[in-house]
Design a protein. Structure first.
Length: 722
């Protein structure tokens, strides 16, 4: 037997990558998924085309030598796990909750009907087509599984490309595909366990079901916290490149090995690992792109091209096999369409919406190819059946985009759906809604207590993980320090007024405080600079020395701010907040001027109000001081009708987006700083939130108005800088 060749292995890799990428690119340009091109690339390189045209060359590049095949198959098997990891990371369980009734009924009905059809087909197949005649039931179960599961990756990609990602039917479609995938990999794990036992027996079935149940229960409780902690610790402790990606791959490998040890297929472990990793609050877009690039650039082209390579379409020259393949495609399509349509109707959807679900759920794509590959590797599917399933996956996936586009074009946009889409579009471009991680630099002063309290309200309102950096002399501690702080965290997260979404409350209770650190060995500004490198979107500062003797901000504040490149806020405690901790219910005044800086301040004020039962007043000042009488009359006549109405209307609409009531006030013929100070005094406000522009250079100066308010205000201030 010829010894395996490393050079031949590399040549196979290069050829599969090159042809898979080129044909995948061509398919994407005509509106088809790239994996279809990669499957076709494998078919072209396999016995179906290359082998038929030049069999000697094809066998030389892809020899039947088992030792040579093991090398490329090992990459393919690792690719399966990587693909399942990526699929899990793209699985948003919140979508399932949002559209759970229709999604569950669509998925369940869409699995039961085609599964029954596939199982019946397996029971009726000639014995000659079975890999093992005495294990027909295992083959039937694999066929049923292959016919019943939709590919969430393909569904999500097509729906995203069509701009229906946030439409009601689009959400339901993706949620149903998520349930399909999740149930599918559980079914695959159980069936694989049965195949290992070699027969359908109660003991084997019980072991598979019990092992799967225990694994899922542990993963989504203790496992979730452990995965979060590992990713956070790696991100915060390592300085080497792509350390978090390595940690994610180790997590995937460990969970895949765990499922293998308990007799369940490793793909379930990789898929669940992907779900947990995708929910991690520290998983930044940069890290996600790094891992996604590794999978899509290397493992996807190799795996799908290799799957196509194993599919020998020359068997379809046999009229019997050709008719069986056509019947398989017809049964798969009709079974999935009718099941999804029925499930949508049972879920309360209209006929047009159910029609779109039936068209969308018919894409098999990567899922069936992986299932078929597993079935082939464990001997549950013969080579002929594997080719038939791959052909079915290619045909149904290719037909799905045009049929779904046709179905979506018939769906009108309802009033409630339009309002929701507008709100989500706002959240995508908002400031507070896009904060993923908070850094709080505080000491034990009143300013520090105010900053920590306000940051806790922001974090709790949206479930944002935050790190508290104590700039004082204390021993280093991890986690939430006291029972009172823990109670404050949960209170801020749960929000008894119901202002926060249920998902936000759950996230807030789970991970409101990421970590707390005390710093004494290095200067505060150095500590903030060092911590900021770990990746934060917003910095809240609260230290005792805020003002300089000659006015303006103290140089320590400036040095701390200089170490953070993103937006920041500076808390200054005044009035009652100097004597006692701030309450959750605040009376907030926010000056608005119609620019991005003041709008950002208004967003923060509204987010704080939403976290408690606070009241917010937006103050617009039209300064005419220094102008002559005629100029003042002209400015009032023009701006007071247009500019002032536009600005206050924008703030009121912003408050509506936050589902928070707001009052408005207008002041004329007065300097802006005097108007702010006077309004704060007359209205008995607890907190003035000012959106300010961040200056360039080392000096921290927010302008004359902010400087005057800082020097003269008797009420607490929060400066929010871009």
């Amino acid at each position: 037997m010829q010894a395996p060749s490393e050079a031949l292995f590399l040549a196979q890799i290069v050829l599969l990558l090159l042809v898979g990428r080129l044909i995948g690119e061509a398919m994407q340009r005509i509106g088809q998924p790239a994996i279809i091109g990669q499957l076709i690339a494998g078919i072209l390189l396999g016995p179906s085309v290359f082998g038929a045209i030049w069999p000697e060359a094809q066998r030389a590049v892809f020899p039947a030598n088992p030792q040579q095949q093991i090398m490329i198959d090992a990459v393919s098997q690792l690719g399966i796990l990587m693909l399942l990891l990526l699929t899990g990371m793209e699985t948003d369980l919140r979508l399932v909750k949002k559209a759970r009734r229709a999604a569950i009924s669509t998925s369940v009905a869409g699995i039961i009907i085609p599964f029954g059809c596939g199982f019946a087909l397996g029971e009726l197949l000639p014995a000659a087509m079975l890999p093992k005649a005495d294990q027909r039931i295992i083959t039937s179960l694999f066929l049923g599984t292959a016919l019943s599961i939709a590919s969430v990756k393909i569904v999500a990609m097509v729906v995203r490309e069509m701009g229906f990602m946030r439409r009601n039917v689009g959400i339901t479609l993706i949620a149903a595909a998520i349930i399909d995938d999740t149930l599918g990999w559980i079914i695959v794990a159980i069936i694989t366990g049965l195949a290992v036992h070699g027969q359908m027996d109660a003991l084997g079935l019980g072991q598979s079901v019990l092992g799967t149940t225990i694994f899922l229960a542990v993963s989504f409780t203790l496992g979730r916290r452990l995965v979060f902690s590992i990713i956070r610790w790696t991100n915060d402790s390592f300085v080497s490149e792509m350390a978090v990606v390595t940690a994610i791959l180790i997590i995937m490998g460990a969970m895949a090995l765990t499922t293998d040890l308990i007799g369940i297929n490793p793909v379930l472990g990789a898929f669940v690992a992907g779900i947990l990793v995708g929910e991690s609050p520290i998983l930044t877009r940069h890290i996600d792109e790094q891992l996604r690039g590794l999978v899509t650039a290397l493992f996807m082209p190799i795996f799908f091209s290799l799957a196509g390579l194993h599919a020998n379409l020359t068997i379809l020259g046999d009229s019997t096999l050709f008719l069986l393949t056509g019947g398989l495609i017809l049964i798969a399509s009709l079974g999935k369409f009718s099941g999804a349509f029925l499930g949508g109707a049972l879920g309360g959807l209209s006929a047009r919406e159910s029609l779109a679900l039936g068209c969308g759920m018919n894409a098999r794509g990567s899922t069936e190819v992986i299932v078929a590959s597993i079935g082939l590797s464990i001997g549950a599917l013969s080579q002929d059946l594997f080719t038939m399933v791959v052909t079915m996956a290619v045909v149904t996936t290719t037909a799905m985009p045009p049929t779904l586009r046709w179905a979506f074009s018939r769906l009108p946009l309802g009033h409630d759906e339009r309002i929701r889409l507008e709100r989500e579009a706002f959240e995508a471009t908002g400031f507070v809604t896009n904060i993923e991680r908070l850094l709080i630099a505080v000491d034990d002063s009143a300013n520090g207590k105010l900053a920590r309290h306000l940051a806790g309200m922001l974090a709790g309102s949206r479930g944002i993980p935050m790190t508290v950096l104590h700039l004082g002399r204390h021993e280093v501690v991890q986690g939430i320090e006291t029972k009172s702080e823990r109670a404050e965290a949960v209170a801020n997260g749960a929000n008894e007024t119901g202002a926060m979404s249920e998902t936000g409350a759950r996230r807030a209770r789970a991970r409101w405080l990421d970590v707390a650190r005390h710093v004494e060995s290095i200067a505060p500004e150095a500590a903030v600079t060092k911590e900021a490198r770990r990746g934060y979107d917003f910095l809240m500062i609260g230290v005792e020395r805020t003002e300089a003797a000659h006015g303006g901000f103290h140089e320590q504040i400036a040095r701390i701010a200089a170490g953070f490149e993103g937006p920041l806020a500076i808390a200054v405690a005044r009035g009652s907040h100097l004597q006692k901790p701030p309450e959750r219910d605040l009376n907030i005044l926010v000056p608005v001027r119609g620019n991005k800086a003041s709008r950002r301040g208004a967003e923060v004020a509204l987010a704080l109000a939403r976290a408690g039962t606070s009241a917010v007043t937006a103050l617009y000042v039209m300064g005419t001081v220094g102008l002559g009488a005629a100029q003042r009359r002209l400015k009032r006549a023009t701006l007071s009708r247009r500019h002032e109405e536009t600005i206050l209307k924008d703030i009121v609409e912003l408050a509506d987006r936050y589902d928070t009531p707001i009052h408005t006030a207008l002041r004329l013929d007065i300097a802006p700083e005097n108007a702010i100070l006077r309004q704060a005094r007359l209205g008995r406000y607890d907190l003035v939130v000012m959106g300010v522009g961040r200056p360039a250079g080392e000096t921290l100066y927010f302008g004359e108005i902010a400087a005057a308010v800082l020097e003269n205000s008797q009420h607490s201030i929060l400066f929010v800088s871009s």
